[in-house]
Design a binder for this molecule. Sequence first.
Ligand SMILES: CC(C)(COP(=O)(O)OP(=O)(O)OC[C@H]1O[C@@H](n2cnc3c(N)ncnc32)[C@H](O)[C@@H]1OP(=O)(O)O)[C@@H](O)C(=O)NCCC(=O)NCCS
Length: 182
Amino acid sequence: MNSSTSAVTAPVRVHALAGGEIALVRQVFDSLSDRSRWRRFHTGVPRLPASYLSQLANVVPGERVVLLAMAGARPLGHGEWTRDRGQRHTAEIALTVVDDLHGQGIGLMLADALASAASHAGVHRFACHTLPSNDPVRRWLARCDAVADPGDDTRFTFAVADLRAAIRAHTGSLGYGETACA
Ligand SMILES: CC(C)(COP(=O)(O)OP(=O)(O)OC[C@H]1O[C@@H](n2cnc3c(N)ncnc32)[C@H](O)[C@@H]1OP(=O)(O)O)[C@@H](O)C(=O)NCCC(=O)NCCS
């Protein structure tokens, strides 16, 4: 943990949203730094409009899954996937963790839970958009053997199974489950 991080004392658990929990989602996105907001949305808006927050809390069974990492009543991270309308075995994935808790395994916990939900729903590939400067996410894309879209250098696809394997390989070396958050 570096000087800009903090620790949570309650166990971190991942919860699936039922849909419409906008206030919880807002807490995650209101806690982001400008850099994280830029990395997540590729825009500099200081606060997300209510309409966009309600989209981030929107759940469509079988089509769109939204997870929150929570420590007690405090939301720490948001993860989602949305099934592609044309390619039914592919879903777009996105993740966000509050800045002061980066590097403690919360993002990987959310990614693992999103991958598990995807496997159960028959989603075999994830797609994501990430900026060339987003080093943490680019490292994970390399670990998953992600393939760049030839027409869009911010879009990548990778197998859900490769993500799960990469998380297993990586967290095994970290002693996952014994993080500062647990
Ligand atoms: C991308 C993002 C979600 C990652 O979340 P995170 O909680 O920091 O991720 P993790 O802590 O699970 O993993 C980050 C690193 O910390 C390491 N880590 C995790 N738990 C650890 C522990 N207990 N001890 C030491 N290191 C640990 C991981 O191995 C990983 O290492 P790496 O940098 O070599 O890949 C977060 O940085 C974020 O919200 N960024 C802004 C939005 C964004 O870019 N979203 C992605 C585009 S959609």
